[in-house]
Design a binder for this molecule. Sequence first.
Ligand code: PGA
Length: 251
Amino acid sequence: MSRKIIAAGNWKMNKTAKEAVEFVEALKGRVADADAEVVVGVPFVCLPGVVEAAKGSNIKVAAQNMHWEESGAFTGEVSGPMLSELGVDYVIIGHSERRQYFGETDETVNKKAHAAFKYGLKPIICVGESLTQREQGITAELVRYQVKIALLGLSAEQVKETVIAYEPIWAIGTGKTATNEQAEEVCGIIRVCVKELYGEDVAETVRIQYGGSVNAANAAQLFGMPNIDGGLVGGASLKLDDFEKIAKHNK
Ligand code: PGA
């Protein structure tokens, strides 16, 4: 298996543009020898400075959201061409906070995934169940549904380039990490789902991350599970020491 581990930071609504540049300048040297692909997902206003600061390093840059239209009357939104012109590599799509607080649905996630590819960005698509849904025993059904709608109409080649982040909502920002087995089980279910839709080759190529209270202490074991190809990291990605350690955990 030759999938490259991806350690992606999701900064959420943290750090000013100046703080972001300082952080990435400091991070560059620390992760230069990391085997994992290192990504920082930063607020929109931080993108120009962070892209500039990351130039010549192995750090890739992600936006945390995008609109699916190219331009138009969508006050407060940012489009694909705006991001790709800056040199942004990835875009996080359908994070549970966006679904919960900003009304995103599986259908808008799908539109955004198409838009990402149209404008040369790679999507990191987030899926995951709430605590109630887990307790009701519908995790597998729900996550499979989310994945199927998110990928609808994407080509096999596009899905190979997609990153899917399995983020159980009950584990996000709670310090309550899923066990290695729980995370592995659902990442495996996602891979089987991709296999059913696109075949073995695509399923073995697509990278599936775990997210939810990943930290310097638990990253190695999580990333070492067969179906977990890295992490989408919130809180711990804001701290240099922690994120460095996470980025240096390999399979
Ligand atoms: P957390 O956030 O690592 O702070 O739990 C993860 C995420 O929301 O992507």
